[in-house]
Structure formats: C-alpha cells, structure tokens
Design a protein around this ligand. Sequence first.
Ligand code: HMG
Length: 302
Amino acid sequence: MALPSHVKILDVGPRDGLQNEKENVATQHKAQLVAMLQDAGLKEIEVTSFVSPKWVPQMGDNSAVMAAISRRSDVRYSVLVPNLKGLEPALASKPDEILVFTAASEAFTQKNINCSIAESLERFAPVIEGAHAAGVKVRAALSCALGCPYEGDISADQVEAVVKPLRALGVDAIDIADTIGVGTPRQVQAAMERALKHFPTAEVSGHFHDTYGQALTNLYASLELGVHSFHASVAGLGGCPYAKGATGNVATEDVVFLLNGLGIETGIDLDKLVDAGAFISGVLGRPPVSRVARALLAKRTG
Ligand SMILES: CC(C)(COP(=O)([O-])OP(=O)([O-])OC[C@H]1O[C@@H](n2cnc3c(N)ncnc32)[C@H](O)[C@@H]1OP(=O)([O-])[O-])[C@@H](O)C(=O)NCCC(=O)NCCSC(=O)C[C@@](C)(O)CC(=O)[O-]
C-alpha cells in the first residue's frame, strides 16, 4: 500500500508530556505552550486532564488552563475524562473532544484508574452519552496495547477484546497506545489491524512512547497500513505516572522531520515547533529529549 500523503499529528505535550512533572508548571506556561504549538501549525492539541488532583496533581489546574488558552477555530482541543465526575467540569471547559482511557491489561487498568477493564467500560457508558449529547466527540485510548509493565506481553487478541466493546459503546475514535514503548513493527501492525477491523482508518491513531527507541519505526509500520493519525509530544516530554521508567512520547520534532523526509504533508513548521520545545524545556530546566530539536538548536547556535 502507498504511504498516506498527509498525516495528522496530535500534540499531547501539554497533557501527557507534563502530567508526570513533579514541580508545578505554571498555568500560564502551559497556556503559552499551547499557543506556541498552534503557531507552529498543530491542529490537534491535548491540553489537560480532568482526573483526580490527588492522583495527578500537575493536572489540578485543568479548568484554569482551558480558560487561559487562546483558541483558534481551526485547532481542536482535547482533554482526558476518566469518569462522570470529570465530565461536568470538562464539558464546562468547552473541549472539542474528550478522551476516555482504559487498557488491554487488567493490572495496568487497576493501577491507573483503580478499576477493572469491565468496570472502566461501565464508567465510560454515561460519559460517552453525556459528551455526545453535548456534541463533543469521544476518543478512547487503549494503554498497554503492546506490552504492560505488570503483565508483560499483550496479544492482539487482548487488544481486540477491548477495542470491540469500546466501539460498541459508541466511541468515535481509538488510540493504540504503547505506554511503555516496547512494541516492535510487526506487533504494532497486528494490533493496528485489530483496531482497523472495528474503526475507520481515519479514526485510528498510533500513540507511541519511545522508551526502547522503537517509536519512529512503529509509526512507519502503521503508515504502511494506511494509518495517518499519530500522537507525539513536543520536545519528547513525558512519561506515565503508572508505568515506572517509561519515557515520553515520540518527540513531535522527530516525527515531523521523518515525515518531511518522506514527502508527507503535516502542515507543521519545524522551526517554530523547535521554538515551542525549547520554550517548555527552558521552563523545566533541561534540554529537549528530541534528537531533531537538539540537532537544530545546535545548528542555530553554530
Ligand atoms: C480515575 C480515578 C479518578 C478513580 O479514582 P478513585 O479513587 O477510584 O475514585 P473515587 O470515585 O473513589 O474518588 C476518590 C476521590 O477522587 C475524587 N475524584 C474522582 N474522580 C475525579 C475526577 N474526575 N476529578 C476530580 N476528582 C475526582 C473523588 O471526588 C474523591 O475525592 P475525595 O472524596 O477523596 O476528596 C483516579 O484513579 C484517577 O484520577 N487516576 C488518574 C489516572 C491518570 O490520569 N493517569 C494518567 C493518564 S492516562 C495515560 O497517561 C495514558 C495515555 C492516555 O496517555 C495513553 C498511554 O500512553 O497509555
């Protein structure tokens, strides 16, 4: 199959990238990051999450961040919602999309959202209904679709066993998430193929963490199946609080560099994206993880 001519990138930096930061990141810096990402051409940004602030304190300013962003009509803003308690403030913050999240692994689901996979699906039913009633699209993330920090290997059958009921619940789109970055290309394709059985290609995304350095390869393997929606985190920020040792998502700069080289359109200005990554890395007091960002920043300073 020919590779897609256009790829949609959703930057999860403000949410997935920052949620694990121990030091509080100021609301204005989060809003500034969103502003710089949209200036760079990102059309999809995951801004924050409406989870318990006791579990993830860094996202405790969720409503304030949503109020502080300068919205553009051509950009879609998404937020995470784990349950009905999170739905009301999430909808009040006027997102374009919400994300419910569960996993292909029982143990991870328990650690991450304190319930079983079946219970998570029960929780989502009224959340999905409420979001749709408000005209908001619902995406679902399937964590640990390629491996679990507690259970080890995850099979394509386990992936499909959760993808299928999510679709039946009315979820509009699905993210195949490699939470701990252990997936390799053939395994990624097997998982993607199960998702593509139940969701249209345009509604299937790859969400690859880069812990084992496989994320770009896995993205390419997904492109070979026609998948053309991916998540990435500016500067390579991130890590999951419930997956010890897992690094951030693949860096948005690295993905854009790859796609530029392949002649695949993203609409993203790489230089401005590097500026956004340099800004938030400066706030965090460390250099970007992105190799492309490091190379381009080094080139700038000669
Ligand atoms: C899901 C819960 C809330 C269940 O948590 P729980 O303790 O089982 O829930 P509960 O209903 O028993 O409530 C306990 C307390 O939390 C409060 N509470 C309950 N819900 C909310 C809410 N929505 N917003 C604010 N507060 C909430 C609730 O009011 C109560 O407060 P208290 O009475 O003790 O003062 C909890 O486990 C949680 O917040 N977990 C955080 C999960 C999380 O954010 N994980 C990281 C994001 S997922 C991810 O990164 C993976 C992804 C998507 O990127 C893909 C990938 O790479 O894998």
